[in-house]
Design a protein around this ligand. Structure first.
Ligand code: FEO
Ligand code: CA
Ligand code: CA
Ligand code: CA
Length: 684
């Protein structure tokens, strides 16, 4: 009944090199350069990482094995007292901070919205007029005052609703097992719990509130009209019986991370869209394209294909090709049609980090979140024109799409390797020009993963969020974890990547449109509580301490001042590899000293995600997603003989988690606004 998450399972059959092998080669090369050929890779990497910076003091006196210039000591960018880990069903913020829950799943979005029903009995139509479920990526778009200045107490909060939890979505019908009878209204309720909410919010009397009668409030769901634009619009591969033009799509799904543009639009990223599709034809067998994107007979257990032919791939085989895109939305025009920008490629999009190159070209960095998938970059053909907002509207429809290849290569002193951006273009790349699987650029984009396989992109440990440093232009990306590996050898310095890492790169010449870069590891997450020997790479790099230990970095974003906010979506069992790490959390890093400090811990079963600030940086908004997902949490309820967890939760939805409040009748994803009691900048 709980939908399942298959993103740990690789679907990449290519023989392309894995990032871990590149790390190994980079380390070996530098060990040789330093005359350290006798060192094991683990010891060398450990030594190098331990030179990267201090723990809570933020200083490092350890001599480095690489001649790195010693930076002038600067005061820490972090000005709050770290919080301890917790497995409790509540939010923990630092001393001197306040928080407020806003817009939980199912709360009214319009003046005439139906009220939330704590027993889960709201219908599909009602859900379409309420805030969606599983809040994920999010941006606060400030309103402007009469003088045109951005306000920090009023704006549009645009929120992704990634998926839904069937164990909490529906009311248990008397005398029936959970989910039964399965009806079209239940399918519609699930589809309408997905998508986007545009929520007009303002701060009045020290509290944030939703402006219910605002003209800007909007719900986009799995059924809202949208358009395909760019090279794939009108392509044979996206035409269906219901849309002969191959342009008019219904809905956006699995809206995971996000981005935003300097011309005031929101980018929502379609991630695990494959899970909604299934096949009623018992003879259905996935073709190579479907397999590479994880389309199969059962999907993730959403059961839409049983009652809605659009999601039955044996009846509507091209429908999945209409998902897996980045969608651009104008939050300030509630009548505008969202555009699926196909030039940015079709992958399991995590988020989209937009930056403007010195040349004026728009650059978008993107990760494909599946074990052993890739990192991408888009460079627009046109240039951003700050003086002419209308001219920027379709910049994302034309440009060059690249995939990252990481090399050990020769690099500057403080970096570990080099890399190149390989162009995914049907005409300009001879490998792809010769490949008959791609008749034209449109087909190549629908099959982005296959094209990236063909050019030898580097396999990564589940790329999640990417973010660009606002001053230096360096790019940081989370590799959340990879449970797929289970051996330890020279090529894989850790037995398995239970904790993840943050990789960063510097584009050649500081030019975001460059086709080469240099990279290193900003942090190798690990657990010194479980593995106290600091020579053991499972303890993490030296900037991981017993005070800040965490696993599975996912959400990642720089604030305007250059503080790096890190959000986790990992294992909260608090045992084994994860001993003492508690619930999912949010930390902040000073990227100069590499110090990382824990800022927040979330309630039971959630991940922490979605981050945005008011322009004055005095309020930070985050999302608590899927509170109540039981998993292997230490406080999970005990089952009666023969009972499943889904049956227990259907009867008593508050048995494991009551967040944000028991009056809601079940755990609910929600946005959380956080500010300092003294009115200062958050995190400083
Ligand atoms: Fe939706 Fe990869 O997180
Ligand atoms: Ca998520
Ligand atoms: Ca994520
Ligand atoms: Ca994740």
């Amino acid at each position: 009944m709980s939908v399942i998450d298959k993103d740990d399972l690789p679907s990449n059959p290519s023989a392309n090199e894995h990032f871990n092998d590149v790390v190994e080669r980079a380390v070996s090369r530098r060990a040789l350069l330093k005359g350290g050929a006798g060192l094991s890779a683990a010891m060398f990497l450990g030594g190098m990482l331990s030179a990267c910076g201090g723990g809570n003091g933020g200083s490092s006196a350890t001599p480095t094995p690489v001649p790195t210039p010693v930076p002038t000591p600067v005061p820490s960018a972090l000005g709050f007292k770290a919080v301890a880990t917790s497995s409790a069903d509540s939010i923990v913020v630092p001393q001197g901070y306040k928080y407020q829950v806003i817009a939980p799943w199912g709360s009214p979005l319009f003046a005439d919205s139906p009220a939330w029903k704590p027993d889960g009995s709201n219908t599909g139509d009602e859900q379409a007029r309420q805030v969606g479920d599983n809040h994920d990526g999010m941006t606060f778009f400030a309103m402007t005052d009469a003088a045109g200045k951005e306000k920090s107490d009023e704006g549009l909060l645009v929120v992704n609703h990634e998926y839904c939890n069937y164990e909490y979505l529906y009311k248990l019908e008397a005398g029936q097992p959970p989910l039964e009878p399965w009806t079209l209204d239940k399918v519609r309720k699930a589809q309408n719990a997905h998508g986007i909410s545009v929520i007009h919010v303002r701060k009045v009397g020290g509290q944030w509130e939703v402006v219910l009668n605002s003209m800007y409030n909007r719900r986009l769901t799995g059924n809202s009209p949208m358009q395909l634009t760019g090279p794939v619009a009108g392509h044979a591969l996206v035409k269906t019986a219901a849309d002969a033009a191959g342009v008019n799509v219904l809905g956006t799904l699995n809206n995971c991370g996000n981005g935003y543009t300097p011309w005031g639009t929101y980018l929502t990223c379609e991630e695990n869209f494959n899970g909604y599709f299934g096949a009623t034809d018992p003879a259905f067998a996935a073709d190579p394209l479907q397999k590479r994107y994880g389309i199969d007979k059962a999907g993730f257990g959403y059961r839409w294909h049983e009652l809605d032919n659009r999601f039955d791939v044996s009846k509507t085989p091209n429908e999945p090709n209409r998902f897996g895109w980045i969608v651009e939305i104008d939050p300030f025009d509630p009548k505008s049609t969202p555009k699926k920008r196909t030039a940015l490629g079709r992958i399991k999009h995590e988020n989209a980090a937009v930056t403007i190159a010195k040349s004026g070209h728009v650059v978008v960095y993107m990760g494909d979140d599946q074990a052993n998938d890739y990192a991408y970059k888009f460079v627009s053909t046109g240039k951003y024109d700050p003086a002419n907002p209308a001219a920027n509207r379709n910049l994302l429809d034309s440009g060059k799409l690249y995939v990252a290849k990481f090399n050990a290569g020769a690099v500057s002193g403080d970096m570990m390797g080099s890399g190149e951006w390989v162009l995914l273009d049907k005409v300009a790349n001879p490998v792809l020009a010769a490949d008959t699987r791609f008749a034209d650029q449109g087909e190549l984009l629908v099959k982005t993963r296959l094209a990236a396989d063909a050019v030898g992109a580097t396999k990564m440990d589940r790329p999640e969020w990417v973010t660009v440093h606002p001053q230096t232009g360096e790019v940081y990306i989370t590799m959340t974890n990879n449970s797929g590996r289970s051996t330890t050898d020279e090529a894989n310095p850790r037995p398995k990547n239970s904790w993840g890492q943050i990789v960063r790169w510097r584009e050649a010449g500081g030019d975001a449109t460059a086709t080469s870069f240099e990279w290193d590891l900003f942090v190798l997450a690990g657990n010194p509580l479980a593995f106290p020997d600091r020579k053991d790479l499972r303890s993490g790099s030296a900037n991981v301490t017993t005070d800040n230990t965490f696993n599975s970095p996912d959400g990642l974003a720089f604030d305007k001042s250059g503080r790096l906010w890190i959000q986790t979506d990992g294992n909260f069992s608090n045992t084994g590899d994860y001993l003492g790490q508690g619930n999912n959390q949010m930390l902040i890093a000073d990227v100069n000293s590499k110090e990382i400090r824990r800022f927040l811990v979330g309630p039971s079963g959630c991940e922490i995600t979605g981050i945005s600030w008011t322009p004055d940086q005095k309020t930070v908004f985050i999302n608590v997603q899927h509170p109540g997902e039981v998993g292997n949490h230490p406080n999970k309820p005990a089952l009666a003989a023969g009972e499943t967890m889904d049956q227990l939760l259907a009867k008593n939805p508050l048995a494991f988690c009551k967040w944000p409040d028991a009056a809601g009748g079940r755990p609910r994803s929600a946005t959380v606004a956080i500010w300092r009691e003294d009115g200062g900048i958050v995190g400083a």
